[in-house]
Structures are given as structure tokens and as C-alpha cells.
Design a protein around this ligand. Structure first.
Ligand code: XMP
Length: 333
């Protein structure tokens, strides 16, 4: 009979068997509930032979990397290494406008940086009691990620390449390079949250909205430039802070501010300005396969729009996306 604590015990012993006495594991940690739960399980299973790494891909949210590092240290006693890849990511994203190319590029470089870090960890562990090969790569992939990416519908019907599933380089799928460990591969989001609570993960982290691997790159329609990343970050920060202050964060499943491709004209004081268009999106869903736009209080939405236009340089308009999924998706790309 399946229970959450059986699951924890079984997973821990499965991980121990798989990794062996000497093996080391490198884990992708983003600060979301999935990767945090996966990291906590791994830490319980193999202790310091687990290395938690956050790759800064240049498209994380405002101050996010440092906050995640601090939170993991404080609450879970997990020492998170931040690998700064922001320049390599942003340089490589230059000129890419097609959504699938963006995802592939980010997914590939992400894995390259993990492989480089794995080599560094092996070298640093030489001649210590922890010496051993870094053979495994931990990801917090959930069941819905698996079905939406490499689904029963076959490759031609693949909706999007999730970078933590189908978007991985071929070498990881054919046994060369790092081998994947995905302890949450059979769980749904609500099960992972319950598991997180049992593992002592703080409630605000357990209830955190999901954040995609390709970050705000798939919330910026068209080319990702440092300027547009900056604008998306600031607008998103205002949006999410106001949602939290209003006490409605947990009423929605996911929310963010994205940036449209084109600019629009507006007036600021006596001047005409030509600025970016912010797209706010907030949805409710249970399984992330279908979703509804969150029914915002209009007065609050208006206040949010005013603050974004006033406080974020380069923005002339704010829109609210009311599309359901389907036909829309939760992310913009
Ligand atoms: P969509 O946009 O497909 O999103 O309706 C459904 C859920 O999946 C997340 N998502 C991703 N997560 N890598 C991820 O790790 C990805 O490439 C990716 N694309 C979408 C999205 O945030 C939402 O929760």
C-alpha cells in the first residue's frame, strides 16, 4: 500500500542502491518545490556526496539566486553552489526569436555547465574521503512534465520541449555523460507538496508557484535582451509583491509578468513615449494541463498596472492575459 512515508523510505533506499558507496550526485536546484524536495531526499540518502548546484542562467527573477541559496542553507542545511552562467546564456540568446530554439539552447548550455561543474567537483574531492565519480544528475521532474514532453502522442505531437525532459542532449539519453536520477518522476504536484511538508520544507516554499527551467526567457516573446530581461524582472517583482500583499498568492497556481515583442505608444507627462508592453498572466489549475485565467479584482489590477508603468522605465502599457489553456498555454512561449 502506497503512503507518503513508504515512498520516502523506498526512494531513499533506491537512491542508495543506485549511487553505491562511493558515487556522487550533482543536482539541479532552482528554488522551486520540486527541485528542493528532490534535493532534500538526496541529502537524506547520501549526505555530503550530494552536491546542490544552481546555474544562474541570466533569466532568473530579481535577486532570486541569492535568496534561494540563503533559504536552502537556513532551513534545510543544504549548501548550494551558484554557477554564474549569465553571460554565456545571454550572449548565446542574442538573435534567437523562435521559442523551441530558445528552449533547446538554454537546455543544452544548462547541461554543459553541469558537466563542467561535475568535473570540478570530482577534482576537488580527489584525496578526500568523498573521492568518487560524479556519475548522476538529479532533476525534480514530475509526472506531468514527463507526459507533456515525451508523451503517448508521439514526438510529432510534442507540445513543447521541457528542458528537464525531452530537451536534454542526446548524450544524456543514451548512457554517455551524466545519468539522470528523477525521484519525483511518478508524482503529481500536490503529492510533491505533501512530501515537502513531511520533509520539513517551509510552507511558503511548499506553496511557491512553479517556475520553468528556461526562466523568464519563455515569458519574453521574441528576442531575449538584457534590457528586456531587466524590464520583465522589475515588472514581475511588483506584480508578485502586490499579489502577496493582497493575500491572494495561494489562490492562483501561477502568476508572472512577461514582455511582448513590440512596443506601443503612450503619454507620460507632456511627452509621447514608445515603450514595452507588459503582459500579466495569472492562472488557476490543478494539473497544469488545463488552466483558467484568475478572476482578478479589477481595482487591484488597475493599481498594479499603474505601479508598473510608473516604476519600470521603458514600459508604456500593461495588459492582462485572459486566455484559458487550451487554447493558450501558461507560459508565453
Ligand atoms: P505551459 O506553458 O506548457 O506550462 O502551459 C505548463 C507548466 O509547465 C511549466 N513549463 C516548464 N517547466 N521547463 C520547465 O521546467 C520548461 O521548459 C517548461 N515549459 C513550461 C510552466 O511554467 C507551467 O507550470
Amino acid at each position: 500500500n502506497w503512503t507518503m512515508s513508504n515512498f520516502v523510505d523506498q526512494e531513499i533506499s533506491r537512491i542508495r542502491k543506485l549511487v553505491g558507496e562511493k558515487g556522487q550526485v550533482i543536482g539541479a536546484v532552482s528554488g522551486g518545490v520540486d527541485s528542493t524536495v528532490a534535493a532534500k531526499l538526496m541529502k537524506e540518502a547520501i549526505g555530503d556526496r550530494f552536491h546542490a548546484v544552481l546555474v544562474d542562467n541570466g533569466v532568473m527573477r530579481l535577486n532570486e539566486c541569492q535568496q534561494v541559496q540563503q533559504m536552502l542553507q537556513e532551513h534545510l542545511n543544504i549548501n548550494l553552489t551558484i554557477v554564474d552562467g549569465s553571460k554565456r546564456f545571454l550572449d548565446g540568446l542574442k538573435g534567437i526569436t523562435e521559442p523551441e530554439k530558445k528552449r533547446k539552447f538554454i537546455g543544452n548550455l544548462f547541461i554543459d555547465l553541469f558537466e563542467e561543474e561535475a568535473i570540478r567537483i570530482e577534482k576537488a574531492a580527489e584525496n578526500t574521503p568523498n573521492a568518487g565519480k560524479v556519475e548522476f544528475f538529479l532533476q525534480g521532474t514530475l509526472y506531468p512534465d514527463v507526459i507533456e514532453s515525451i508523451s503517448f502522442k508521439g514526438p510529432s505531437a510534442t507540445i513543447k520541449t521541457h528542458h528537464n525532459v525531452g530537451g536534454l542532449p542526446a548524450r544524456m539519453m543514451n548512457g554517455q555523460g551524466l545519468k539522470l536520477i528523477e525521484p519525483l518522476r511518478e508524482l503529481f504536484k500536490d503529492e510533491v507538496r505533501e512530501l515537502g511538508r513531511q520533509l520539513g520544507i517551509p510552507e511558503d516554499l511548499v506553496m511557491r508557484h512553479p517556475f520553468p527551467g528556461p526562466g523568464i526567457a519563455i515569458r519574453i516573446i521574441g528576442e531575449v535582451t538584457p534590457e528586456r530581461v531587466e524590464i520583465a524582472r522589475k515588472a514581475d517583482h511588483i506584480f508578485i509583491s502586490m499579489i502577496k500583499e493582497a493575500g491572494i498568492y495561494n489562490e492562483m497556481s501561477q502568476a508572472y509578468a512577461g514582455v511582448d515583442t513590440n512596443k506601443a505608444v503612450g503619454v507620460m507627462g507632456d511627452n509621447r513615449v514608445y515603450g514595452y508592453i507588459i503582459i500579466l498572466r495569472a492562472v488557476t489549475t490543478t494539473d497544469f494541463m488545463t488552466a483558467e485565467a484568475y478572476e482578478f479584482d479589477f481595482a487591484l489590477l488597475r493599481k498594479i498596472a499603474t505601479r508598473i508603468v510608473n516604476e519600470v522605465d521603458g514600459v508604456s502599457r500593461v495588459t492582462y492575459d485572459i486566455t484559458s489553456k487550451p487554447p493558450g498555454t501558461i507560459e508565453l512561449e
